[in-house]
Design a protein around this ligand. Structure first.
Ligand code: HEC
Ligand code: HEC
Ligand code: HEC
Ligand code: HEC
Ligand code: HEC
Ligand code: HEC
Length: 497
């Protein structure tokens, strides 16, 4: 651009020249670029509001940030210019930009200006579009800040939701949550760089978007599920790794009277009935107060003997999918479950004496790093099973179980993340269904006495007994005596059982 070619009238008002400086010019270019990027992203967002929650972040946070930067530069430049005028009181104002199309030199300059601006705007457009795609990707959420997100990312990849992007559960659709999540996201970026994130990352997430706006976009909550046939395969910690399996019908049912009987486990889904509760610990494991509102509007409050009488409205939550399905995606298997699954699939050889016991013990050891753990597992199995022909593959399999479910650098494993769906290793359903939750007059109790309220055992034991379905509903045949009168998770912790 021509910088010094033209002297204007000596007493030209100072104001008209204020923007004629490089700082303001740069600011103008940045502002134009960001307005352009904003318009583009806004159009993308408006045309396809359901597509990608991260467009919002770019359109409503990143682009405006650049706009503010640009405008600040323009103003800064102008102020500087004014200061210079005051200070040096020039008799001739210098013009930064002037275009006289009759001069070939100036025509060329104009052409260069147009080319450069067009390229800049094009690059901005491509850049914004690419960034938009990147931020919606699982790579961005799961791998961009590698250490803190590794446990959730790895477990997610082995979950039923491995094809659902992080943002579909964590952000959902629409601009408000997008911006909300991005504001907390900015703090997370800071925390990652400042190395201030908690280890393990705390659960539950305090500002997780309600299930109605995430899970229920894909899972029709009114749908009547009926009974689900599930088989839980286990092995005992004895010499022969005795198989011990329970096959049962889970009475999932449904919660919408127009779709099927309102009954079973999905009765709580807050379609016909509404269940609210107050947990007094951050992980929602201790629930001294529950309120149920039935379709007729009858309200029943259940409390435990420990309840101190104070209902804190900020802690009251309406039960939704996440109160039971809190690990739909980040499944940290217990060592017991992980080894049982590997044995049942034949990935670990159940004819190796005491393999169940030893593998669980090795997985449960405290290790400081993943590397130390893999080493420890190899050494441990070498010591105990030195003469095995398939020792190498056994070690590799136990190491794989470790890497998929244990993250010592982040302190993340099944111990840090309760799973609320059942009741064996965690309280789960028994947080409320423990027989301790009673109405004031003591007449209404949240049901707990009847095992077949939630499921019907079809068969249990080893392969042979499993083949005989028993529709007479057998009593639960626990492998050891003396389990009655306790909660399952008084003894079962996911490891030493
Ligand atoms: C199917 C839905 C779903 C998907 C997909 C999903 N999450 Fe989650 N995520 C959840 C739920 C539910 C929780 C637990 C929330 C609670 O209990 O408050 C959670 C919790 C978390 C937590 C807190 C720690 C924890 O485990 O409770 C982090 C961090 C996290 N998710 C990151 C991710 C990342 C990164 C991805 C993508 C690689 C992802 N999530 C994909 C549903 C999902
Ligand atoms: C983007 C769509 C989508 C979202 C959002 C979503 N899911 Fe899913 N969910 C799926 C798909 C797909 C499957 C796998 C279905 C299959 O293969 O059986 C699935 C499977 C499941 C299953 C069965 C898992 C199993 O063990 O077989 C449960 C339970 C479930 N989802 C709960 C949830 C919960 C709770 C949330 C919210 C935190 C959620 N989903 C959010 C699409 C979604
Ligand atoms: C009271 C606890 C509870 C609540 C609340 C709940 N579920 Fe379930 N749900 C279960 C249990 C238990 C099963 C049986 C499967 C299992 O044990 O993994 C199940 C099964 C399912 C299945 C079938 C899985 C399959 O393998 O076919 C889906 C899908 C599902 N739930 C989605 C949801 C959604 C979506 C919501 C919220 C609208 C929800 N659930 C609320 C406890 C609950
Ligand atoms: C926050 C407390 C709470 C939790 C957690 C909870 N429930 Fe319930 N549940 C209730 C209340 C309240 C009722 C209604 C009183 C009753 O019928 O006992 C109920 C009723 C039921 C019923 C009877 C529905 C009917 O047909 O009348 C079933 C089945 C059930 N729950 C299963 C489960 C399962 C399975 C889980 C764990 C995955 C679970 N509940 C977790 C509070 C809870
Ligand atoms: C409030 C509902 C409820 C009650 C009451 C209940 N269960 Fe369960 N139970 C469940 C659910 C839900 C699961 C499935 C957990 C899962 O999918 O991981 C389950 C799983 C199980 C399992 C398989 C666990 C595993 O991982 O192998 C056994 C065994 C079992 N229950 C026994 C019992 C016995 C015995 C009683 C009575 C003392 C009982 N249950 C009472 C809801 C209940
Ligand atoms: C008094 C302690 C105690 C209580 C209470 C208890 N168990 Fe057990 N359980 C054991 C012991 C000990 C074993 C045998 C462990 C082994 O040899 O691997 C066992 C084994 C099992 C197994 C097979 C092994 C495995 O891999 O898990 C299942 C399934 C089981 N229990 C379910 C339950 C359920 C469900 C409940 C609650 C209804 C329950 N237990 C209550 C102590 C207990």
């Amino acid at each position: 651009m021509n910088t010094e070619n033209k002297a204007t009238e000596p007493d030209k008002p100072v104001k008209s020249s204020l923007l004629r400086n490089w700082l303001s010019l740069g600011g103008l270019i940045i502002s134009t670029g960001s307005i352009f990027a904003f318009l583009l992203l806004f159009a993308l967002d408006a045309m396809n509001p359901s597509s990608n929650p991260y467009v919002g972040v770019l359109a409503y946070l990143v682009a405006p940030t650049f706009l503010i930067l640009g405008v600040s530069l323009v103003i800064g430049g102008a102020l500087y210019q004014r200061w210079r005028y005051k200070r040096f009181k020039p008799t001739t104002a210098r013009s930064l930009i002037s275009i006289d199309l009759s001069k070939p030199q100036e025509r060329r300059n104009l052409l260069i200006l147009i080319t450069v601006s067009t390229t800049f705007l094009l690059l901005t457009a491509i850049g914004s579009y690419q960034t938009y795609h990147f931020t919606e990707s699982v790579t961005f959420c799961g791998q961009a800040c590698h250490t803190p997100m590794k446990p959730q990312f790895v477990t997610y990849q082995h979950s039923p939701h491995a094809r659902v992007s992080c943002s579909e559960c964590h952000i959902g659709r629409g601009a408000t949550w997008y911006v909300k999540s991005k504001i907390s996201g900015l703090y997370q970026v800071y925390a990652t760089y400042a190395d201030e994130f908690p280890r393990p990352i705390t659960t539950p997430i305090s500002n997780l978007r309600p299930a109605q706006q995430t899970c229920e976009q894909c899972h029709w909550p009114q749908k009547f599920v009926g009974n689900l046939d599930r088989t839980y395969t286990h092995y005992l910690a004895d010499e022969t790794n005795t198989e011990y399996t329970v096959r049962m019908l889970l009475k999932v049912g449904g919660g919408d009277p127009t779709q099927g009987p309102v009954s079973g486990i999905h009765w709580h889904m807050s379609v016909a009935n509404k269940v609210e509760y107050m947990a007094t610990d951050p992980a929602h494991q201790v629930i001294p107060w529950v309120r149920m509102t039935d379709p007729q509007g009858v309200v029943t409050e259940y409390t435990t003997p420990d309840f101190d009488g104070e209902v804190r409205s900020d802690l009251v939550r309406t039960m939704d999918c996440m109160d039971c399905h809190n690990r739909p995606s980040h499944v940290f298997k217990t060592p017991n479950e992980a080894v049982d699954l590997a044995l049942s699939l034949g990935r670990l050889d159940s004819s190796i004496p005491y393999l169940k016991r030893d593998a669980v013990a090795l997985l449960t050891q405290p290790y400081s790093t993943e590397e130390a753990a893999l080493q420890g597992i190899a050494t441990g199995l070498h010591e105990k099973h030195a003469n095995l022909p398939n020792l190498k593959s056994t070690i590799a399999e136990v190491q794989r179980l470790y890497s998929e479910n244990f993250f010592p650098e982040m302190g993340a494993d099944w111990r840090a993340y309760p799973d609320n769906i059942g009741h064996k290793d965690w309280l789960g359903c028994f947080r409320c269904h423990d027989g301790e939750h009673k109405s004031k007059n003591g007449l209404a109790v949240i049901k707990s006495d009847n095992c077949s309220q939630c499921h019907t055992i079809l068969a249990q034991g080893n392969k042979d007994t499993l083949a005989q379905l028993n529709l007479q509903e057998p009593e639960f045949a626990h492998p050891e005596e003396g389990w009655q009168g306790f909660l399952c998770n008084d003894c079962h912790t996911g490891s030493n059982d």
